[in-house]
Design a protein around this ligand. Sequence first.
Ligand SMILES: [Fe+2]
Length: 200
Amino acid sequence: MWSEIGKINMTDKPTYLGLLNAVALAESHAHEYLSAWAEVTTDPDVRAVLTTIAAREGEHGMSFAKRINELGFELREDEDPNHGKKMDMARSDRSDLEKLEALGLLQFRTEDSPDIFDGMFRDHSIDIRTGELLGRYIAEERDTLRRLTACRDALACRPATSSPPTEPSPALEDKIDALTRAVDELRQIVCAQAMPTGGP
Ligand SMILES: [Fe+2]
């Protein structure tokens, strides 16, 4: 029947179930280590970016698990051998820039070249609801990559050890005073030499 075209037969296992499962697990793990990092960073700008992205990752994890459930299946847990190391890195006292690099957060960034997300819609059997979820997920992931790239670029421009601005030291003030006096003396000499000394 033509009217049946496009409807999902719930007894069939969707070909994209593995994709949904992989995304659900990866996003939930990312939510954990990004949240842990946000709790320890001392940089309010970094914390703001991490809080936004961690919320997205957590929501993606839950939404994909929910969609798997709606399709009549269960999320299959799969141990990520690197998750413990990522949590340790996130909680460590390494710099924010080091964490960003070590956690591989920009590994899927390709500018305008094809990226890992481009292949997700090659499966033409994806149902409408799952397609909506995947489309929003992809757009948010690409926005996340743009935000993290801006964050990385800003951190890379900062001195290696950031310290709050300080008052000039007494020794520096003495040098500035001496330099000011020297400039004054020099100006007086130049002015004196430029004074008319009377015509011949
Ligand atoms: Fe993600």
